[in-house]
Design a protein around this ligand. Structure first.
Ligand code: BGC
Ligand code: NOJ
Length: 811
């Protein structure tokens, strides 16, 4: 039996960590709108406004020793003992420790020597701040004289230059202290119209704002000299490293309790309203924000409002199957992770530094399918932002920065799968909302207002981008890479100082992708459907799709599975003719989801090959056999050690493609089995091996060829969340939003007897009860809507506000 580090608390929608020494920091996210914090199970992490690169409030050192050092720390000095509610950084043994990661908040409960502390951190709705409520309670029978020190270290805003430009940084830091508030105003006097502050709703007995004064040059976070000596320095930072630390003396009689509210906030001022007087910042907005949370009651109300919001978001889809792990994935954690990936794309996690990548074009489009049912208005805005980074030929910037919404020119475009994902997100949006007007929105190309068409025009260009970029076999050219960023068939990188992906030594018009071929057929059909509903002729488009299907059957089938690609030299990739990597997952997923060659049995064969060659107990690996040597014409994929990342790792993102492919064939047992292999709630028992958080998906679990199969990496920010949401909610449990209503089309394990789902759809409520008396995997035998039998399996959309009962019998 492996060690676990906590447990799920489904009633409170929390994961409760009971041992602070998790195998890796197990984190959570605060904030759902414009202000965000990353917070570990020891309160480590940082916060930022909109963009982790350009507007970082607090400093965080990745790659630190020990890991996860730096955060929002509260030091409690009780006699000679100093401890923290979240155990770190002092690491003083606690009599009791619990970290409760909930939906957009985290709570740390620590007890030591008769003092109980409870720290709750969250970002209230509509607020650009983290609020920390700290309760200190004397649970002993003697009087306690405690000394409390808060701590946050400011980042000089740009997370990138903060880590490198020390000749400047160490001279520019500026702060102000007024009442109990410490203001961070570095660079405010010139180009920045924003500052940060850290406040507490009580008088303070001292403070520090200069790091070296507070910590001491030779100490670490675990032993700040001011804390050790029990006396703040009242330091005022001038350059060096500004911090914010409040000092408060807390005397507690036995049984007495004290509540304090700290606010770590971000303020923007109009240029003409920046100053109160020369050199003194205008604090009006900060004071207003502080006043919003100056009592515990106000904070509790804000926390309640947040939880009501989540209640509402989650109520869109609630299932009851009798399998508590499945229910908690579907009802709580999978949608929660989908919200986080929607917010962050791949920018800021404990594996993504926040200074590297912005919002990915393909990533954000895919994230949308996991999120659109939760907040369609936000999904709409996201679609318009993404589409505005498309070029006129239909291709796209691969990434854009959330703060500026501009395409990132360092990376550019030429990832040839990118354009097609826009069709996926837009069609998902319309199916969910019935809002066809989005197609008429005028959207620029490359953010240039003078070049614009309606959104539908963008989709047309996405579609035609593929038809205009076909290779020698009539299959789509891959460009720098398709979904698999590491299959770099035109890059030929032999210089360790260059990027594998953006090095274009060869401008190939030969390397072709079977993954994009499947994608084109699948989303091309979606495009055709949209055309039809807009009264646009589709014969040409359908001709292109048919031609693609023929090309796949003719030159994309290897005998037992779909090929992966043709390389720069026109040689097969992912074929039994290859020495290594004879079979890849992506083309099996996309070609089976697109049902190419289903009638001829190609899909079944391909999926049987997946089971035989790629599946293992921890999930389905990406390719097999793993590469053991660098193949320059394939690029980064062959650089990873066998079993890791794109080289035969279980790249969880694409497991659901296979799962969905299985459901197209009615193989419910296999689909459910694959789904469970990677679902975190089912892996909780193996936490010691899995290593990452048991409440969210990781991008990768080491595959069967790895040194340590089953060990995960890169939790949180992965398209895995959205795709698994699609797979379980739509293809397995079978509730599929469609243009005209909800299609009920489950594909489940034969032994599931019955389950029930409440689905809110276009402002109406559908109570769906599914029975499986004959023990089948798939097939709706009969259906009643409000007691009336209906033909087929589509529940037509009903009046907003109404509710319907749907009874479905499989057989
Ligand atoms: C990773 C990919 C990722 C890419 C982003 C690669 O090193 O293996 O998973 O998509 O970097 O640039
Ligand atoms: C992670 C990237 O964010 C995503 O865009 C890519 O498709 C996968 N890795 C596979 O390489």
């Amino acid at each position: 039996m492996m060690k676990t580090y906590g447990h799920f608390d489904d009633a409170n929608r929390e994961y409760v960590i009971t041992d602070p020494k998790t195998p890796f920091p197990w984190i959570n996210y605060l904030g759902n709108e414009e202000f965000f914090g990353l917070i570990s199970n020891t309160a480590g992490g940082y916060c930022f406004y909109k963009d982790a690169k350009f507007r970082r409030l607090t400093r965080y050192r990745y790659n630190n020793v020990p890991m996860d050092t730096g955060g929002r720390y509260y030091y409690i000095k009780d006699g000679d003992t100093v401890w923290n509610p979240g155990w770190k950084p002092t690491q003083t043994d606690l009599d009791f420790y619990e970290c409760r990661h909930g939906l957009s908040y985290s709570k740390f409960i620590g007890e030591k020597d008769g003092v109980r502390s409870e720290l709750t951190c969250f970002v209230p709705k509509g607020t650009n701040a983290e609020v920390h409520k700290l309760t200190l309670e004397n649970i002993s029978n003697v009087r306690k004289k405690l000394k409390l020190f808060s701590f946050a270290e400011w980042c000089l805003w740009n997370g990138m230059s903060d880590m490198e430009n020390f000749q400047r940084n160490l001279s520019v830091g500026e702060v102000e202290i007024e009442d109990s508030v410490i203001y961070h105003k570095t660079e405010y006097k010139e180009r920045r119209d924003h500052y940060a502050f850290f406040s507490v709703n009580a008088p303070i007995d001292g403070f520090d704002t200069d790091r070296e004064n507070f910590i001491g040059l030779y100490n670490g976070f675990e032993k700040p000299v001011a804390v050790a000596e029990g006396s703040p320095r009242n330091s005022v930072a001038h350059g060096w490293s500004p911090i914010a630390s409040h000092y408060i003396e807390v005397d507690l009689e036995p049984g007495e309790k004290r509540e304090l509210v700290f606010v770590l906030g971000y303020i923007e001022n109009e240029k003409e309203e920046k100053w109160e007087s020369k050199g003194v910042i205008n604090k009006t907005k900060a004071k207003a924000m502080i006043a919003q949370f100056d009592t515990s009651e106000k904070v509790d109300a804000a926390l309640l409002a947040l939880s009501k919001d989540w209640e509402k978001l989650l109520s869109v889809y609630q299932v009851s199957t009798g399998d508590e792990k499945l229910d908690r994935m579907v009802n709580i954690w999978n949608p929660y992770q989908c919200m986080v990936t929607f917010n962050m794309s791949r920018s800021a996690s404990f594996f993504e530094s926040g200074i590297g990548r912005g919002m990915g074009f393909r990533d954000s489009n895919q994230d949308l399918i996991g999120f659109v049912h939760q907040a369609p208005e936000r999904a709409k805005q996201r679609i318009l932002d993404i589409a505005a980074t498309q070029f006129e030929d239909g291709s796209a910037y691969h990434q854009y920065q959330p703060l500026t919404k501009r395409g990132n020119a360092d990376i550019g475009g030429d990832f040839n799968d990118d354009p097609l994902w826009l069709i996926l997100s837009v069609s998902a949006y319309i199916k969910e909302t019935g809002d066809w007007s989005i197609l008429d929105e005028i959207v620029p190309y490359d953010n240039d207002e003078s070049k614009a068409t309606d959104l539908f025009g963008h989709l047309t260009r996405s579609f035609t981008f593929t038809t205009k970029n076909l290779g020698p076999h009539g299959l789509p050219l891959i460009g720098r890479a398709d979904w698999n960023d590491c299959l770099n068939l035109n890059c030929f990188s032999d210089d360790p100082n260059e990027s594998f992906q953006t090095t274009g030594n060869q401008m190939g018009r030969t390397a072709e992708s079977l993954m994009i071929a499947g994608q084109f057929v699948l989303y091309g059909r979606e495009y055709v459907e949209l055309c039809k509903r807009r009264g646009i002729k589709t014969a040409d488009s359908e001709g292109h799709i048919d031609a693609m299907i023929d090309a796949v059957k003719k030159d994309g089938w290897d005998g037992e599975w779909f090929l992966r690609a043709y390389d720069y030299y026109g040689k097969k990739v992912g074929s039994k003719e290859n020495d290594e990597a004879q079979i890849f997952i992506e083309s099996q997923g996309f070609c089976t989801m697109a049902e190419i060659g289903k009638e001829e049995g190609l899909c079944q064969k391909a999926l049987d090959s997946v089971e035989e060659r790629l599946a293992c107990e921890h999930g389905i690996v990406l390719n097999n056999p793993a590469f053991t040597k660098y193949v320059i014409e394939y690029g980064e994929i062959s650089t990873y050690p066998p079993g890791y990342k794109e080289n035969a790792g279980i790249f969880c993102h694409n497991n659901p493609w296979i799962i969905i492919g299985e459901t197209k064939l009615g193989n419910g047992d296999r689909a459910v089995d694959y789904w469970k292999r990677i679902a975190p709630a089912y892996r909780e028992e193996q936490s010691e091996l899995h290593k990452m958080e048991p409440y969210v998906y990781s991008q990768m679990i080491a595959g069967k060829d790895a040194f340590k199969p089953g060990e995960a990496k890169n939790s949180w920010l992965t398209g895995t969340a959205a795709w698994n949401w699609a797979a379980i909610s739509q293809d397995i449990l079978g509730i599929k939003p469609g243009y005209d209503g909800l299609m009920i089309d489950p594909c489940i394990s034969k032994d599931w007897k019955a389950y029930a789902i409440t689905r809110k759809f276009r402002s109406a409520t559908y109570r769906i009860s599914i029975r499986n008396p004959d023990g089948v995997c798939k097939g709706v035998k009969s259906m009643t809507v409000n007691g009336q039998p209906v033909d087929g399996n589509i529940v037509a959309a009903v009046e907003p506000g109404s509710s319907v009962d749907v009874l479905v019998t499989l057989g």
